[in-house]
Design a protein. Structure first.
Length: 464
């Protein structure tokens, strides 16, 4: 047994022993002495006591624990807490975390909880909730330290001592002018290395990175990645500094976006809550829409096959290769779609790169198609010699049809899989919607047309 697991067991045993004694002062002392992560583990292990644990701890530590819990745990805790404790926790929560929590609640619940906030915190919360969902404005915090260009380093440090306690971070200090517009930012390291009498305007270089308050949160994630920052300022259209976004918030967003994209790429809507917590009816609603869309798409495949019913009846052997051809096109399309969506999500490519991507995918599709086409051709040839007469006298025409069809279908699959996410992005939709099942369904229909079109071309006058 690992030492970490032993520690968890000991904590659980001590917690249960104190509970059995009903010694609340001792429980408070015990909880306040533990690491925040250990208290979170206790709540996960004993969900029936989550409200008691949060209510017993000091407000500051309770807030630190509350921030790390998932939304359903947070909702349950707030429902069970006394109003006084709820008010203290909500007022103590950083504005960005509080906004994240509120936006997951029904409007009626938000109205009730906002009444518990202090006037200043209520004003901040209403302001953040006024920005569009998934925008940077929803996740920024107004708690930061700012100074003016004429300040000396000594004055800046005094300002940090005075206001830094309530700031989200003091790793970076922001410089604004008299109108509140962002001038630059400066790292605390540079201030500590400067002389006390140095003036801020002589230290800064004017090179800073900022986000617009209406920027998408995914864009913010890319900006953090490219600039290696722990915090980035947020400005409005007039460059007025409104707040900052910190790396911990971006990590949460990145994780949520990744989970959402994975669900969409699997052919379902984003669940937005843990799988085991979602009701069967909600799970049904999330999945049925796309299943119906994909089913209707596959009906087009059946329609296309019906159009070639005469050709199928004449050369029944063609039907044996339909699953192989459909799967080859669908698989290559799904590969291309997954690669492009992933590359777009981490900022490796943009919509402007569509022509480069198309050329690469056509070449890739051609090479992949040639390999599969050769395999398909030799499959027919080998089977012909193993079972002479199985494909008749025109076996080489059938083999050629299969080989060229695979080349065409694979090329079309790579084109569809790579371009569809970019088209959706251009239209303002989520590229992850162009999931593997969706691409495969689109490719299936065209694969049938390519297959029987080439069969008619090659076999007309012989088998057809």
């Amino acid at each position: 047994m690992s030492a970490e697991l032993e520690d968890e067991i000991i904590l659980s045993e001590v917690f249960l022993e104190i509970l059995s004694k009903e010694d609340m002062p001792l429980l408070k002392e015990f909880l306040d002495e533990q690491n925040i992560s250990d208290v979170v583990e206790l709540i996960n292990e004993f969900p029936q006591h989550e409200g008691l644990i949060i209510d017993t701890m000091t407000v500051h530590r309770a807030v630190s624990v509350f921030k790390l819990l998932d939304i359903n745990q947070q909702k349950d805790i707030i429902k069970g807490l006394p109003a006084r404790k709820t008010a203290k926790i909500l007022n103590e929560l950083p504005p960005d975390d509080r906004t994240d929590f509120f936006e997951e609640l029904p409007k009626a619940a938000i109205r009730d909880l906002i009444k518990l906030l202090d006037p200043e915190e209520r004003k901040i919360t209403l302001s953040l909730l006024g920005y569009p969902e998934d925008s940077v404005g929803r996740m920024m915090t107004p708690d930061y330290v700012y100074v003016y260009p004429h300040y000396t380093v000594a004055q800046v440090l005094d300002n940090i001592r005075k206001y830094g306690k309530n700031s989200e971070t003091i790793d970076v200090i922001y410089i604004i002018d008299e109108l509140g517009c962002l001038v630059d930012d400066i790292r605390i390291r540079d201030l500590l290395l400067a002389k006390p009498n140095d003036v801020v305007k002589d230290i800064i270089d004017g090179r800073y990175v900022a986000l617009n308050v209406y920027d998408d949160q995914e864009h913010a994630s890319q900006v953090f990645k490219m600039n290696n920052r722990v915090a980035i300022p947020v400005v409005d259209d007039n460059d007025v500094l409104l707040g900052i976004v910190t790396i911990d918030d971006i990590l949460w967003v990145t994780n949520e976006e990744f989970s959402e994209d994975m669900q969409k790429m699997g052919g379902t809507e984003a669940l937005n809550e843990p799988y085991l917590d979602i009701s069967i009816f909600k799970l049904f609603k999330k999945r049925i829409t796309w299943l119906v869309v994909l089913f209707l798409g596959e009906m087009l495949t059946a329609t296309a096959m019906g159009y070639f019913e005469g050709e199928i009846a004449k050369v029944i052997v063609l039907t044996t290769f339909i699953p192989l051809i459909l799967s080859s096109g669908g698989n290559t399309g799904s590969q291309a779609s997954t690669l492009i969506i992933q590359a777009m999500s981490i900022g490796e490519i943009t919509i402007e790169d569509w022509w480069k991507i198309l050329r690469r995918e056509i070449l890739s599709g051609l090479l992949l198609g040639i390999v599969l086409g050769i395999i398909g051709f030799f499959r027919v040839m080998v089977w012909h010699y193993i079972s002479p007469g199985f494909y008749g006298d025109h076996w080489i025409l059938i083999a050629s049809t299969i080989g060229l069809t695979l080349v065409g279908v694979v090329i079309w699959g790579t084109i569809t899989g790579s371009m569809l996410p970019m088209v959706l992005k251009r239209l303002g939709a989520d590229p992850a919607v162009s999931s593997a099942p969706f691409v495969a369904t689109l490719v299936d229909v065209t694969a049938i047309l390519i297959y029987f079109g080439l069969a008619f071309l090659f076999l007309q006058g012989t088998l057809l």
